[in-house]
Design a protein around this ligand. Structure first.
Ligand SMILES: [Zn+2]
Length: 282
């Protein structure tokens, strides 16, 4: 467990999946990323599905819900969704929290690997996985998800959020705000419109859940972006802005998809930013 301001923060491993490593590293040649990453026979690399649970101030806030279990067989196989070792259910149980107790869910954006666990398949139908929660999603992302582009439409599974919209469980957030005392929301362009990021204020070590701004610690290098970042130059500008903030304010960045490095701080060396004080477990 971590502590930030008035909150206890738990890191939750909710599963593993695989993505094509060429997609993950975009224009970066395999000769470079291949030094660190060994893909499987189909060129896919294993990635984490990481959430955080924030408890305090009469709230139990879950950030990200993982990939969920209702993807069709083809997609489950394509992405090798794996809940054998980790799952959201298991992770919540370890903390001693039931799904009914969650007061708020924050989806950083609506790509299936960040919000698939919003809903569960029960008695032949989908229903909200957190029946007593308000789901906080950026207005711009909600709009985009309902008519995505030709480039990113495969990243969205409408069941993950349309049901919640119908049941009036979504609170749309507009831009940057302090969602709860000491919990700030930032937004960025580039990966997808209205991606949001969570900063937990703390005098010693603020925690920054960066979502897909830095999916892996390798992405701290500014040009190491993926093919899924659909507005690449905007995205690089956002990365530079947030790397500067992270260094200046000694933020600890929590990576959502890095199966080894869970969190790190950043520091600018002569050429680019680097990760230091990496943490591999909690
Ligand atoms: Zn994404």
């Amino acid at each position: 467990m971590l502590r930030a301001g008035q909150y206890d923060v738990y890191i939750l491993e909710t599963g593993r999946f695989r993505l094509d490593a060429g997609v993950v590293f975009g224009v970066i040649p395999k000769a470079l990323w291949g030094k660190n990453v060994t893909p499987d026979s189909q060129n896919r690399m294993k990635m984490a599905l990481r959430s955080i649970l924030i408890i305090g101030n009469d709230h139990k806030i879950l950030v990200e819900t993982g990939a969920g279990r209702h993807l069709n067989k083809r997609l489950k196989r394509l992405y090798q969704i794996d809940h054998s070792e980790f799952s959201l259910e298991k992770a919540l149980k370890q903390v001693g929290i039931s799904k009914d107790e969650i007061t708020d869910v924050i989806n950083t954006h609506l790509h299936f690997d960040h919000c698939g666990g919003n809903v569960v398949f029960q008695e032949g139908a989908l229903s909200p996985a957190f029946p007593n929660a308000i789901y906080h999603i950026q207005k711009a992302q909600l709009k985009w998800a309902q008519s995505p582009s030709i480039l990113d439409k495969n990243s969205y599974v409408p069941e993950d959020y349309m049901l919640l919209l119908d049941q009036n469980m979504i609170r749309s957030v507009e831009g940057e705000t302090e969602l709860f005392p000491g919990i700030h929301i930032f937004t960025t362009r580039g990966h997808t419109p209205g991606q949001q990021h969570i900063l937990l204020k703390d005098f010693q070590e603020p925690l920054f859940f960066c979502a897909d701004l830095f999916p892996l610690h390798y992405n701290i290098k500014t040009t190491w972006i993926s093919s899924l970042d659909i507005f690449p130059l905007d995205f690089i500008a956002e990365k530079e802005k947030f790397l500067y903030r992270a260094e200046q304010n000694a933020w600890r960045i929590i990576f959502p998809h890095d199966k080894e490095v869970i969190s790190a701080k950043v520091r600018k060396s002569t050429k680019y930013y680097r990760a230091y004080e990496k943490r591999f477990d909690y």
